[in-house]
Ligand binder design. Structure first.
Ligand code: ZN
Length: 307
């Protein structure tokens, strides 16, 4: 049997080498919108210099891999990620795909899902932005309600891309109703629910909806650690573990980042709360080490395995 592979910004690695992983963080974000977003709006060296200590902090804490969730038109910059990877040893994973309005170019409204998918599949085959860096997953976004036409197109393009490349899809979703809608669309394109990550699932207040998504086999990502209250995330985590979904949970901060257009990148939120505060709380509540290892190491390795 062939060992599962994961695509990092420095090339393919064995899934077994992914290690302790933060599955949803950001190094750099530009909220200027798709019409203006471009690399001329920031200084790459300054971004790397500013964010390097934040990455070094978590390398020292034992974190080996960092999934960067900034999509194109929101300052996805694979040159920044590769420089940080070379300087710190962190394994970064970047993405293809597109977000939602106002972070979509006019072209996305004008072309068909198949043409959109062709562009993303080309990034997988040839590399991103003139480099040989390839995406490790597909990032998309929807509003927390039934999907608008453009969002259906973007999710459909993600489904086509996933089927062609084996890449997992992560969708900024927040709401269970939207999650179920995304899953219906993916299943129409024969994408296995296990190839889909319900991003910001902790924001859904109706646990029955989260459980419905989990029962389909998708990944449930509680990625507000350090931003939402520990109690609220722990409550949902415990419910998921009690319901037997320990093999589908992902934990992250959705933290960082160097904000383009703020002086010196603004005030990034560090990526440390999981290790420093949240894992100790999990242990206090009696969550055992094999379960913690499963959630922080084994689950990301399965979630982001290509194929
Ligand atoms: Zn995010």
């Amino acid at each position: 049997m062939q060992m599962a592979k994961i695509m990092t910004v420095q090339g393919e690695i064995d899934a077994a080498d992914l290690g302790f992983t933060l599955p949803h963080e950001h190094i750099l974000v530009d909220f200027g919108g798709a019409q203006t977003a471009c690399a001329d709006r920031y200084d790459r060296d300054e971004v790397v210099r500013t964010m390097r200590p934040y990455v070094e902090q978590i390398v020292a804490a034992g974190i080996r891999s960092f999934v960067d969730c900034s999509p194109m038109y929101l300052a996805r910059d694979v040159r920044v990620l590769r420089a940080l990877s070379e300087q710190t040893g962190m394994q970064f994973i970047t993405n293809t795909g597109q977000y939602k309005e106002p972070y979509l170019p006019q072209e996305t409204f004008d072309i068909a899902a198949e043409a959109l998918a062709d562009q993303w599949i080309r990034e997988w085959e040839e590399g991103i932005d003139g480099t040989d860096v390839r995406p490790g997953f597909i990032k998309t976004a929807v509003e927390p309600q039934p999907l608008a036409a453009t969002q259906q197109k973007v999710v459909t393009a993600a489904a086509i891309t996933s089927r062609a490349t084996g890449l997992t899809i992560g969708t900024h979703t927040c709401a269970g109703i939207a999650a179920l809608h995304v899953l219906r669309l993916l299943s129409a394109h024969r994408v296995d629910p296990a190839k889909w990550i319900f991003i910001h699932a902790h924001q859904e207040t109706d646990f029955d909806l989260v459980r419905m998504v989990a029962r389909e086999g998708s990944w449930i990502e509680l990625d507000g650690i350090g931003a939402a209250s520990d109690a609220s995330i722990l409550t949902m985590l415990l419910k998921l573990l009690d319901a037997g979904f320990d093999e589908q949970v992902l934990l992250s901060h959705d933290a960082g980042w160097y904000t383009v257009s703020e002086p010196n990148g603004g005030s990034p939120r560090p990526y440390t709360h999981l290790c420093e505060s949240f894992l100790p709380l999990m242990r206090e509540l009696g969550i055992d080490e094999p379960t913690i290892h499963r959630i922080t190491v084994e689950n990301p390795a399965r979630a982001f395995a290509v194929g």
